[in-house]
Write a protein that binds this ligand. Structure first.
Ligand SMILES: [Zn+2]
Length: 260
């Protein structure tokens, strides 16, 4: 986890100024377009329910998200503040609210994903809690950037920000966290398959489709390195053929967006 700050700065440079090599250049190039008048501001809201006390303690004891937020502040020029709250919501969810410029990641969601991961992998619970909100945070960050940079999104914004989260995390070499995100969609897909009706009304793609979309981008970033994705059935062979091109396209579209 120690390498996170540096690797994220590199990732941010790719997003803001793909033509530049250094962080200073990328910040300068973005500042020319957007005055840096805002910051990401992190808050862990104290939970009322004892159900979320352990999650709250783990998150506040670790500087993981604080370090992440500082890296993002060094990297992204924001026209206004973006609040990042971990909070109780009464449901397993996460949101970006543009009227308040606020990302909310619910303790309920973090607990659900952390407990599920722990049941399956029995690894360090504190690490599982941190990874539980990671992909979701990047997904909501994607919505916040689309909003504040007024990025044109071709197709569904939900799919675009999933791609943003995946590409940014891969570029930041947060492989374990992006794999945890893929497994979270897989978990949601199992839940969906147990319901009477699939949520076709939802603005998100079905969770099973999100698994394949994320798997395709991960595989496409390094087909040799992730060759076992096909064997392990994360990805059908037919889809895998086009994944290198899908990854290139996703990476380029977000890179291109930085030049607005
Ligand atoms: Zn979303």
């Amino acid at each position: 986890m120690k390498g996170l700050a540096i690797s994220l700065i590199v990732a941010g440079a790719f997003f803001l100024g793909g033509c530049n090599s250094g962080m200073d250049d990328s910040v300068a190039s973005s500042s020319a377009e957007i005055a840096d008048e805002g910051d990401f501001i992190l808050e862990y809201v104290e939970p009322q329910s004892s159900d979320h006390e352990e999650i709250y303690q783990i998150l506040t004891a670790d500087t993981f998200y604080e370090d992440l937020i500082s890296s993002l502040n060094e990297t992204f020029a924001l026209p206004t503040d973006v609040f990042v709250n971990f909070d109780e919501c009464g449901e397993e969810n996460a949101y970006y609210d543009s009227s308040e410029s606020m990302i909310t990641v619910c303790y309920e969601l973090v607990k659900f994903y952390a407990d599920s991961a722990h049941e399956t992998y029995q690894e360090d619970y504190a690490q599982e809690v941190i990874y539980a909100g990671f992909f979701t945070f990047f997904h909501e960050l994607g919505h916040a950037l689309v909003d504040h940079y007024q990025l044109p999104v071709v197709g569904r914004e939900e799919d675009a920000v999933d791609a943003f989260a995946t590409v940014l995390m891969l570029q930041a070499e947060e492989e374990d966290a992006v794999l945890a995100g893929m497994e979270q969609f897989d978990l949601d897909a199992v839940y969906e398959s147990e319901q009477d009706e699939l949520p076709l009304w939802d603005e998100h793609s079905l969770s099973e489709q999100r698994v394949y979309n994320v798997a395709c981008l991960i595989y496409g970033s390094d087909p040799d390195g992730y060759a076992d994705f096909i064997e392990e059935e994360w990805l059908p062979e037919d889809r895998a053929d086009g994944c290198e091109a899908e990854y290139e396209q996703a990476a380029n579209s977000w890179e291109g967006a930085s030049h607005l």
